[in-house]
Ligand binder design. Structure first.
Ligand code: AMP
Length: 284
């Protein structure tokens, strides 16, 4: 497996692969890899060509009071994990080369970046869209795999690709959870003891919403699901940042629960650790 820190080298490597007729699948990450990331790599491998994993803690997507400096990093372990999955190259650019002193461009997906995480984290999705556009151009990937855990991010990236005609296929991959249901996240490293227990309230509220929906014969208002979610999160002692019911195909807010409804939520655990989760309310 090649470890490629240089922007020029990754472009040269991908050009040489293209000349050989290879296809390329990209898995963008911020490192501190876990099973969720590895599942994306397996999906990328299934595409049959070369696989690049990018590891870059992108400063553009962190707000001034967020955890950029303390974000967990474990580069050597990450490379071992990627190599074990048969990844062909890890692209690990340095910040100063991704965003030189003269850097001044931003990519904005205007409507989809508003609300939900966009409201709590102003500028976050501009940072994501900008780095993803750069990664697509540098790697010339034919496909890229993203986790459905980041529901809004996936929607933003699909829109970006459509609007700017990137010649790339975007593949969404299901959420990987711990045995007790907690969605895997690099930020779970911040959780210990009571806060680890408290973090379960996100998944519990998705399960409770599913129960509400399957046990009822009548139509259920989105507001009823949201009220129940608020109660569960508050009872656990966590701070809900948002809970919304979205139609998975239109991405509009649901008023009434339907077979396309997906509960999307974010909460702060222990006052500090911000976690996100989502789940469909009807079985697939
Ligand atoms: P991150 O390193 O947190 O920026 O995540 C990199 C990619 O991994 C994103 O596409 C995430 O949606 C995806 N991802 C993170 N956690 C999970 C998970 N538990 N299950 C599936 N995909 C995930």
């Amino acid at each position: 497996m090649k470890i490629v820190p240089s922007l020029t080298d990754i472009s040269q490597l991908t050009s040489s692969w293209k000349k050989q007729g290879q296809t390329i699948s990209l898995v963008p990450t911020m490192g501190c890899l876990h099973e969720g990331h590895l599942s994306l790599m397996r999906k990328a491998k299934d595409m049959g060509g070369k696989v690049i994993v990018s590891i870059f803690v992108n400063p553009l997507q962190f707000g001034p009071n967020e955890d950029l400096a303390s974000y967990p990093r474990q580069f050597v372990i990450d490379c071992e994990l990627a190599e074990n999955e048969g990844v062909d190259a890890v692209f690990c650019p340095e910040n100063k080369y991704m965003y030189g002193d003269s850097f001044q461009t931003a990519v904005t997906v205007s409507k989809l970046s508003q609300g939900m995480c966009g409201k709590d984290r102003p500028g976050h999705f501009d940072g994501v869209s900008t780095v993803v556009a750069k990664l697509f151009n540098l790697t010339r990937a034919d496909s890229a795999v993203f986790g459905q855990k980041d529901f809004q991010q996936l929607a933003v990236i699909r829109q970006l690709v459509k609007d700017l005609n990137f010649p790339i296929q975007i593949i969404g991959s299901p959420i990987v959870r711990e045995d007790d249901g907690l969605a895997m996240s690099s930020r779970n490293k911040y959780l210990h003891g009571d806060s680890r227990q408290q973090a379960l309230c996100l998944y519990s509220s998705i399960i409770a919403a599913r129960e509400l929906v399957t046990e009822s014969r009548d139509k259920i208002l989105a507001q009823t699901v949201i009220e129940q979610t608020k109660e569960i999160i508050a009872r656990a002692g966590a701070a809900l940042e948002y809970a919304v019911l979205k139609d998975e195909s239109t991405l509009l807010d649901d008023v009434v629960v339907s077979s396309d409804s997906i509960l999307v939520l974010a909460a702060k655990i222990d006052g500090t650790v911000r976690l996100i989760d989502n789940g469909r309310l009807f079985p697939d």
